[in-house]
Design a protein around this ligand. Structure first.
Ligand SMILES: Nc1ncnc2c1ncn2[C@@H]1O[C@H](COP(=O)(O)OP(=O)(O)OP(=O)(O)O)[C@@H](O)[C@H]1O
Ligand SMILES: [Mg+2]
Length: 346
């Protein structure tokens, strides 16, 4: 039968104590003259005290150390190197510290995982929701054609072109998703070059002049830039950022409004580029969520404008991949200002 731990502890301690006491007694008995009893007592008491003290101290330390070591051995997360033999109390401290750190770390890890999981669920839900609408539209037209509409030339052409619009929408969403996935996995694979940002802005203006005209919005610079301004960035991606911001300013700008783009020195080695509109503006409560994928302030209105809420999410990814900053200023019903920083070319 295995002796209970405390019994074996007391037993062994008693053995040590008994042996030492008997030895001390014997030594004193033989070493000191029999007629000097007082001297014997004077030597006996402190010696016994010191020896008993040392044995108890040693045994408890040993006992605690063994227990701790077992915990360290069994709980693989604890680092056994932290276990020192200096003193049992520091060991207990370091044990509770390790456990505390471990728990803290796990807590953060679990929070990240649950956050990511709910994000993943939301994301999947959003993707399928976004794809469903154009997909069902396309399917609807195709079914109607199959059921006979194909024989009427006029209806056939109309439905085919509508189905095609739906497909285009699907392609656009998939392209955006693809872009985000790429930015997230490849992350920092940027293609840096030095280029004239004023030219690039002018290009995007030219590209969307027609679209802006439809709402009678004018696209303009804040002042005359009759000299080139060189920045260092991934030109294609910065173009994408500009397109998203300028298209937004047209979509959410008011008719007869103005979109103004300006460039200023921000820090010693950064410019700040601002895209300002005098459109519908954004309520403060929506601003923190604007960069989330699929987030739209007004679901129904944006849908009529054909947006899926991916644009700003892409913009943010690109700006952050450049290690630059994105800023938003918006006053509801007055207008918005989206800006981001850019490296000056040296
Ligand atoms: N200049 C702006 N003025 C007012 N609201 C804006 C502006 N830009 C963006 N928003 C709001 O932010 C939301 C998110 O914009 P984002 O560009 O991400 O998506 P989207 O334009 O709806 O769709 P997508 O860009 O994917 O076609 C928009 O739905 C709109 O409500
Ligand atoms: Mg957009």
């Amino acid at each position: 039968m295995k002796l209970k731990k405390t019994y074996s502890f007391s037993l062994l301690s008693s053995v040590y104590l008994t042996i030492s006491l008997v030895l001390i007694g014997a030594l004193i008995y033989f070493l000191f003259p029999e007629d000097n009893k007082l001297l014997r007592l004077i030597i006996f008491f402190p010696t016994v005290f010191i020896v008993v003290f040392l044995i108890i101290q040693y045994r408890t330390e040993q006992f605690i150390y063994d227990r701790l070591k077992k915990i360290y051995d069994e709980v693989s997360v604890l680092n056994e190197d932290e276990l020192t033999r200096v003193s049992a109390t520091t060991d207990i401290d370091s044990l509770s510290n390790s456990v505390k750190n471990y728990v803290q770390g796990k807590r953060i890890e679990i929070k990240n995982l649950t956050d990511r999981d709910s994000f993943r669920k939301d994301f999947l839900g959003n993707v399928s929701h976004e794809l469903k609408t154009p997909l069902f539209t396309v399917q609807g037209y195709i079914l109607t054609l199959i059921e006979g509409a194909i024989n009427d030339k006029l209806i056939r052409d109309k439905y085919l072109s509508r189905a095609n619009k739906g497909v285009e929408r699907l392609v656009a969403i998939v392209k955006d998703l693809d872009m985000i996935a790429k930015l997230e996995t490849e992350g920092l694979k940027m293609n840096y070059e030095v280029f004239n940002i004023i030219d690039l802005i002018q290009n995007v203006f030219d590209l969307f002049e027609m679209k802006a005209k439809k709402r009678n919005i004018s696209l303009q610079f804040d002042k005359l830039y009759d000299y080139p301004i060189f920045v260092k960035a991934d030109k294609e991606r910065i173009e994408q950022v500009l397109i998203n911001l300028i298209v937004n300013s047209i979509k959410y700008g008011k008719t007869n409004g103005v979109t103004t783009v300006g460039l200023e020195s921000y820090t010693e080695d950064q410019f700040i580029l601002k895209v300002i509109d005098n459109g519908e503006g954004i309520k403060q409560e929506h601003i923190p969520r604007l960069f989330e994928r699929f987030y739209r302030v007004d679901q129904s209105r944006s849908r009529e404008q054909g947006g899926s809420g991916l644009g700003l999410s892409i913009v943010k990814h690109i700006v952050e991949a450049h290690n630059e900053t994105m800023l938003i200023n918006s006053v509801f019903k007055e207008g918005s200002e989206f800006s981001f920083t850019l490296k000056k070319a040296k």
